[in-house]
Design a protein around this ligand. Structure first.
Ligand code: PMV
Length: 361
């Protein structure tokens, strides 16, 4: 599919007003997206586990404008309160997607949103938030075009979410989602995320992700700035090739269930992401002493127990701990006794792999 396929034909139905609610999860990348071209086209392919309990719930209320105007008309409420600080981000999103949703200026919208995870926890809400919003707009488009297929609905939701925040396109479906063209992954596209459909060993079913909240402050580097740092970065081309290679490696690992190899790829991806930031201009050091303390304890725990706990990081100091379901008991005990002390206010979130966004009644 190309971008043009997402520009709709004239709609067959009319809709005066209504509302719709979607709940959409966060996701955690195993192979990281870092670097992009124009229009949120990724510089390399990525793959993520969709999460389960870290979610954004968004209700979109819509009513036809009485008088047509050439502006977007929307109000924002976050956790029950008016939130004007989100306006510029939403305004930009609407401008970007307008050509694909030509009805946007015909309605007055109220967007009500809330997160399941603690406010300012340092967990990025852009993936869950942008995908939930994209799905809500698609539900309205589906009412305007009742013939729309489910496949088109899902693809276009991911396509629109991507225009809001790149990694958001991996939050529409579960459990493993690939975004970005990779020659050995069937159906993969730069335009939207697709479910990973190759064989996946039972070792990866119900995989756990415990998120350690090391630093709940504002992100030191916004992802917009971060992606830009890859333009002209001395190691960029090599890094982009490595992401392709790591997807090939993961494909074999998902088949064989080899957890030791899985750990090597996932941890190397996390450290490479940080290495890219440490070697860009300007450079950033986003790990905190507690991030390193946790990583060293994870290494030691693995050595001592032979279990398969591994870490990954996003563009910040928080640590995602990935581990198989059947090692949960011992691993959670270790997290509580040894790692919790490195979290801000002792806070962490136990999550797991999930099956994607859901429409609520
Ligand atoms: O979707 P963005 O633009 O916020 O970028 C997110 C990038 C990482 O979280 C660091 C990696 C990834 O693939 O999710």
């Amino acid at each position: 599919m190309t971008e043009k396929d997402f520009i709709p034909n004239p709609y067959s139905a009319t809709v005066e007003q209504g509302q719709v609610t979607w709940q959409s999860p966060s996701n955690i990348a195993l192979v990281k997206y870092w670097g992009k071209l124009e229009h949120q086209i990724p510089a390399n392919p990525s793959i993520s586990f969709t999460l389960d309990s870290c979610r954004t719930t968004t209700t979109l209320k819509f009513s036809k404008k009485e008088q047509l105007s050439d502006d977007f008309d929307f109000e924002l409420e976050f956790e029950g309160e008016k939130k004007d600080s989100f306006r510029p981000k939403i305004q930009k999103f609407l401008e970007r997607v307008e050509q694909y949703l030509p009805f946007l200026k015909d309605y007055k919208f109220t967007i009500q949103t809330s997160n399941s995870f603690p406010h300012s926890s340092g967990i990025a809400s852009s993936a869950s938030g942008m995908s939930a919003l994209a799905l809500c707009f698609m539900s309205l488009e589906k009412q305007l075009d009742p013939e729309m297929t489910e496949e088109y609905f899902t693809r276009k939701s991911s396509f629109l979410a991507r225009l809001g925040s790149g990694s958001a396109c991996r939050s529409v479906e579960g459990e493993l989602v690939v975004w970005g063209f990779q020659r050995n992954i069937y159906g993969s596209s730069d335009l939207y995320g697709v479910q990973y459909r190759d064989e996946v060993h039972d070792n990866f079913r119900n995989y756990r992700d415990t998120i350690l909240l090391v630093d709940k402050g504002e992100k030191q580097v916004s992802s917009t700035v971060g992606h830009e740092l890859m333009n002209g970065h001395p190691y960029a081309e090599r890094r982009f090739r490595q992401a392709h290679d790591n997807l090939d490696r993961l494909k074999k690992i998902f088949r064989s269930g080899d957890l030791s190899e899985f750990i090597k790829v996932v941890e190397s991806e996390a450290l490479t992401l940080h290495a890219m930031m440490m070697t860009s201009e300007p450079y950033f050091l986003l790990m905190k002493p507690n991030t390193l303390a946790i990583i060293n304890k994870v290494f030691r725990f693995r050595e001592e127990t032979g279990l398969h706990l591994c870490f990954t990081l996003d563009a910040g100091a928080n640590v995602h701990l990935l581990f198989p379901e059947k090692e949960e008991e011992l691993t959670l005990e270790f997290i509580g006794s040894e790692l919790q002390q490195h979290c801000q206010n002792g806070q962490y979130i136990n999550d797991r792999v999930g099956s994607g966004a859901q429409k609520l009644a």
